[in-house]
Design a protein around this ligand. Structure first.
Ligand code: SF4
Length: 179
């Protein structure tokens, strides 16, 4: 089982890195949502016992919590991603796309599409709607990562030396690194 899960775990980790590096730039192009602040009672939040796995989409991940709720008479699980920091002015694209990845995993595992996910910061909880557009973005990124993993070389997609300075892969990056 481990040999099956490991590539998907790596894929999700790569997905996280990808959205971290390119998310800021994509925000302007895609209009990622700012999120709606909601009241949230944490008493009914459950920690998932094990990671959620989707063979169909080649993804695996474990939301911090799942909230059970009823939408239009159907029981659905709402994924929650917890961040220890205070709420940023706008949620980072990487946080949004990580949460939407969990929405996709919930949809595939439980057979009911969650209408939204929750981003819980230290001082506020934001509702992020699980839209078709965000769903498509996650699937596009996952596909791009699959393709990139087969490629011999992957070109740099930014002009920001500070990113390279802070990058954990700089030692292996060769001529693409800006520093
Ligand atoms: S060092 Fe290479 S992998 Fe890291 S941010 Fe720069 S270009 Fe990207």
């Amino acid at each position: 089982m481990l040999e099956i899960l490991l590539p998907f775990a790596l894929l999700l980790a790569a997905l996280g890195l990808f959205v971290l590096f390119w998310g800021r730039r994509k925000r302007g192009e895609t209009g990622l949502p700012g999120g709606e602040v909601i009241y949230s009672d944490t008493r009914d939040w459950e920690k998932p016992e094990k990671p959620l796995f989707s063979r169909r989409y080649g993804l695996v991940g474990r939301p911090d919590y799942l909230v059970r709720t009823v939408e239009d008479g159907v029981s659905v699980a709402i994924p929650v991603e917890v961040k220890s920091r205070k709420r940023p002015t706008e949620p980072y694209p990487s946080h949004i796309l990580q949460l939407i990845t969990y929405c996709l995993l919930v949809e595939d595992n439980f057979g009911a599409r969650p209408p939204y996910g929750l981003l819980r910061y230290a001082d506020a909880t934001l509702r992020i709607d699980y839209t078709d557009e965000l769903r498509r973005q996650v699937l596009d990124i996952a596909e791009a990562i699959r393709i990139a993993r087969q490629a011999k070389d992957v070109a740099r997609r930014h002009e920001e030396p500070n990113r390279c300075r802070a990058c954990g892969y700089r030692h292996a990056c060769g001529d693409e690194s800006l520093v």
